[in-house]
Design a binder for this molecule. Structure first.
Ligand code: GLU
Length: 509
């Protein structure tokens, strides 16, 4: 990627600056397009907020589209969690799978015929071609390119098949994909509203697969077709999509469609400036909700990132409401340097919001979270047979009501295991649980599998986990407790334990 020097200097072969959005007075329409592949991500809330504010400031429409065409990563519970988390934050959409709208359906899996028809159109116009290469052939090509120190890309094997060859393949039932025919020469330039002109040479743009052999579109085809058909005027998304944008621009041009404006938001970062990741930060919105963050604090925090609010707003306060953001946020002021997702700051803000609640609202907040009937009732069922006095409820369930339960080494360290190997095993537990469905059997079998892989007895494995999650060697049944406590918070407890232990010098025996 390189920045174009200036519009006047671009070489003749450039496919640049073609019809940026034709009608700049068109009513603003923006969208977020999350993929339902797991827990809803804080990044989705961040991009959602930026889109929401953009639409609200311009009396525009905010669309929620579900991009569920990657069937290998599809998680059936994810879509509802996305709806619930965005609603919890108050980022309401005008059009979407659950509320309908004039441009539906808003779930890509319900639009596959539309994508196929568009792929056919590109095949007919020569902007795309059928590729019959097998997975083995593609892998061999890739190996060769890596050995030759070339960037791996499709070598164009099927670009020039004759109509007869294609017909023969189709008659023989050879599986095929549809690929984009990226020009071999020249470059594509587009304007990023935050960064200016960005140019990609075509020899760095791969002949992207548009339609897979299962008949499903890839992200690129479905995304461009939908943004056009849904009349999206501004594509506001994360920076990681910049390298896809030249492909999208070429697709718009192949179809003869005007371009939307593109805004690529800086990626959120961990404290160490790496891209935000669940290894270093909770990234699931479910976590923030269950751990007792208030939606107004989360929104305020997300609005602080990137610098869209004027620095002198209300004498430089860092506290503002969604309405204040809608009135004052300036998208063009967003800085492209990656904003740090600073959990300490978010916690501080949350404390500010908690202190500002009226006592009744504070109590209501507790009752909808840690003291909600829906949380307490199954906990009561779990400990009813284990207490003699009602007042012992807290003795047995403290770990489900407390934020932290860090056990000392004397509690968590198994006999005959070193601290190092134990902490390494905790990291394995964390990975195994992260990948597990949060159901009894799935949790149990993930842990048993880990035990056999790492030669830790099931007993040691469970005792260690019990110690970390409950802070004690005795607790109500562990897996049941983990299910009540929830996946997001259980994972976070393990992650925090590891982080704290790594910072702490070893205790003397
Ligand atoms: N489905 C993509 C995602 O999950 C959407 C990217 C875009 O907004 O174009 O982030």
């Amino acid at each position: 990627m390189k920045k174009a020097p200036a519009r006047g200097l671009r070489p003749e072969s450039d496919h640049s600056f073609m019809s940026q959005i034709t009608d700049s007075s068109a009513p603003v329409r923006v969208r977020i397009a999350p993929s339902p592949t797991g827990d809803p991500h804080v990044g989705t809330a961040y991009i959602g907020l930026i889109n929401y504010l953009y639409a609200r400031q311009r009396n525009g429409q905010f669309v929620l589209r579900i991009e569920d065409t990657d069937r290998t990563r599809f998680v059936s519970t994810s879509e509802q969690m996305i709806f619930d988390s965005l609603r919890w934050l108050g980022l309401n959409w005008h059009e979407g799978p659950d509320v309908g709208g004039p441009y539906g359906p808003y779930r890509q899996s319900e639009r596959t015929e539309i994508y196929r028809a568009h792929a056919d159109q590109l095949l007919a116009s020569g902007h795309a071609y059928r590729c019959f290469c097998t997975a083995d052939k593609l892998e061999a090509d890739r190996r060769q390119q890596i050995a030759a120190k070339l960037p791996p890309r499709y070598p164009g094997t099927c670009r020039a098949l004759t109509p007869e060859q294609i017909a023969a393949h189709l008659a023989a039932g050879t599986p095929s994909v549809v690929r984009m025919r990226v020009p071999l020469e020249g470059s594509t330039t587009f304007t990023d509203e935050l960064r200016g002109a960005i140019t990609f040479d075509h020899h760095n743009v791969d002949d992207q697969v548009l339609l897979k052999s299962d008949g499903y579109p890839t992200y690129h085809l479905a995304n461009v077709v939908d943004d056009h058909l849904m009349q999206i005027t501004d594509v506001i998304r994360a920076e990681e999509w910049i390298s896809s944008t030249p492909k999208h621009v070429l697709l718009y041009q192949s179809f003869g469609w005007p371009l939307p404006r593109f805004w690529h938001m800086p990626l959120l970062r961990n404290q160490d400036k790496s891209k935000i990741s669940k290894r270093k930060n909770p990234v699931s919105l479910i976590y923030y909700r269950e751990a007792g963050y208030l939606p107004q604090a989360v929104l305020n925090f997300l609005g602080l990132l990137g610098g869209g609010m004027p620095a002198d707003f209300n004498n430089g306060t860092e506290k503002f409401t969604l309405d204040e953001m809608a009135a004052n946020f300036r998208h063009e002021n967003i800085r492209t340097g990656g904003p740090v997702f600073d959990l300490t700051k978010l916690k501080w803000l949350n404390g500010e919001y908690i202190r500002a609640l009226a006592p009744d609202d504070f109590y209501a907040a507790l009752r909808s979270n840690i003291l909600a009937d829906s949380y307490l009732r199954p906990i009561a069922a779990l400990i009813q047979t284990r207490i003699e006095l009602l007042s012992q409820f807290g003795d047995l369930t403290g770990f489900l009501l407390n934020d932290n339960t860090h056990p000392p080494e004397s509690v968590y360290l198994p006999k005959n295991r070193s601290r190092e190997e134990t902490l390494a095993f905790v990291a394995d537990q964390l990975a195994a649980l992260e990948a597990a469905d949060w159901q009894h059997e799935a949790i149990e079998s993930a842990l048993k599998l880990l035990s056999s892989e790492k030669q830790w007895s099931v007993k040691e494995n469970f005792m260690l986990l019990r110690a970390i999650l409950t802070g004690s060697t005795m607790s109500p049944p562990l897996v049941e407790s983990m299910i009540l406590f929830g996946k997001a918070r259980s994972i976070d407890r393990l992650r925090r334990f590891l982080e704290a232990e790594k910072k702490r010098p070893a205790q003397k025996a």
